[in-house]
Write a protein that binds this ligand. Structure first.
Ligand SMILES: Nc1ncnc2c1ncn2[C@@H]1O[C@H](COP(=O)(O)OP(=O)(O)O)[C@@H](O)[C@H]1O
Ligand code: SF4
Ligand SMILES: [Mg+2]
Length: 352
């Protein structure tokens, strides 16, 4: 522990003045059995490969990218359900990347995860009261005898009937189950909530209600959020800053307005083109929108140089040989592209 660090009441050490959360060059390579020609060997899945992110108290950071880009792995690293293969994960200045389960105990309470799938993330044999109550007990959040009252307060806070504490998950709708997951996360009074695509498994009509709930909680309780989505439309009104991930890396990060108005990375531009009302606002006719073709390549054997080059309409020879670094291209806007520039009508049109 440094001289500047202190042990807070909760048992969490912190370094004064440090960001709430800081990931530096974090890597998660999974070792798996190879297939085909590589059947006898182990191969590495580069799920997350050198991600750096910063989160301030109360701030909301959006993490966006297609399926397979490493978003959930990043969520599981931040919440330390996974131990990274390299890099540092600092919470209030203290590196928790390689802490043991015992050392992690006080931090577990402060960083909570909301899962994508409200169906599989709740134990079907437990009542809502038990689910939320277990979170309270695990983190020692209520004195003996005060549990039911607090469970009911939490249910009310997330818009559920507090009298329904003895019902089972299957008695609730998808949106209500996600609210139970949110109540369980709030039980710990966290400083950070990592929400991994919390509305993508819900009906479109329900999505806005759950988003509104999260937005209100954020404002009322001052919790910082890492909000994960595969679609830039979903995080548009929710985030202060947005980081775009592609194949295990952050390719662009910017304050919300800069990212939506002047995206510089071709991948960000393509993701934005896929959001119907954003294209309309810009006056870009649907036929001129950039369409991403193909899938994200395998993280077992990512393309050389720029990982996006196999799907990029701007790719040149240099893109295959030189890995573009994440550089500041505008104030507070970092982009990893040799040809980064804000969109102009012609770029959008060229991709047709
Ligand atoms: N435990 C694991 N073992 C092997 N590969 C994994 C594991 N978890 C994730 N992956 C792989 O890592 C890549 C990124 O996955 P994920 O983080 O779930 O992406 P996203 O959430 O953006 O869809 C995918 O190719 C996925 O198959
Ligand atoms: S570095 Fe090259 S391939 Fe990569 S995004 Fe930029 S232009 Fe496209
Ligand atoms: Mg995911």
């Amino acid at each position: 522990m440094t001289a500047a660090s202190a042990t807070a009441k909760s048992g969490v050490r912190k370094v004064e003045g440090a960001p709430l959360l800081q990931l530096e060059d974090v890597q998660m390579h999974f070792r798996i059995k190879g297939e085909g020609m590589l059947a006898r060997r182990n191969v590495m899945v580069q799920a997350v490969d050198g991600v750096s992110l910063t989160l301030s108290p109360g701030e909301t950071l959006g993490l966006v990218g297609e399926s397979g880009c490493g978003k959930s792995t990043t969520a599981r690293l931040i919440t330390r359900l996974l131990e990274p293969t390299a890099g540092t994960i600092k919470y209030q200045g203290v590196d928790i990347a390689h802490m043991s389960e015992r050392q992690l105990r006080p931090y577990r309470r402060e960083i909570q995860l909301i899962f994508q799938d409200p169906y599989s993330s709740l134990n079907p044999r437990h009542t809502v009261g038990t689910i939320v109550g277990t979170a309270l007990r695990t983190h020692d959040m209520v004195p003996k005898g005060g549990e039911l009252k607090r469970v009911q307060e939490l249910l009310e806070l997330v818009g559920l009937n507090p009298e329904h504490y003895n019902r089972y998950p299957h008695e609730f709708s998808g949106g209500q189950r996600q609210r139970i997951g949110i109540a369980r996360a709030l039980a710990a009074r966290p400083k950070i909530i990592v929400a991994d695509e919390p509305v993508s498994a819900l009906d479109v009509s329900i999505q806005a209600q759950v988003m509104n709930l999260l937005e209100n909680l954020r404002k009322e309780l001052g919790i910082a959020f890492v909000f994960i989505a595969h679609d830039l439309g979903v995080v548009r009104h929710f985030c202060d800053r947005v980081a775009v991930m592609y194949l295990g890396r952050v390719v662009e990060e910017a304050p919300r307005n800069a990212l939506y108005e002047k995206p510089q990375h071709p991948y960000t531009q393509a993701l934005l083109s896929a959001v119907p009302d954003i294209g309309v606002v810009r006056g870009v006719p649907p036929k001129n929108r950039i369409r991403l073709v193909g899938d994200v390549p395998s993280p077992v054997d990512p393309p050389s140089g720029c990982r996006f080059r196999t799907r990029c309409w701007k790719a040149q020879d240099i893109c295959a040989t030189q890995d573009p670094q994440l550089l500041e291209k505008a104030p507070d806007q970092t982009v990893a592209c040799h040809f980064a520039e804000p969109p102009v009508e012609s770029i959008v049109a060229e991709a047709v």
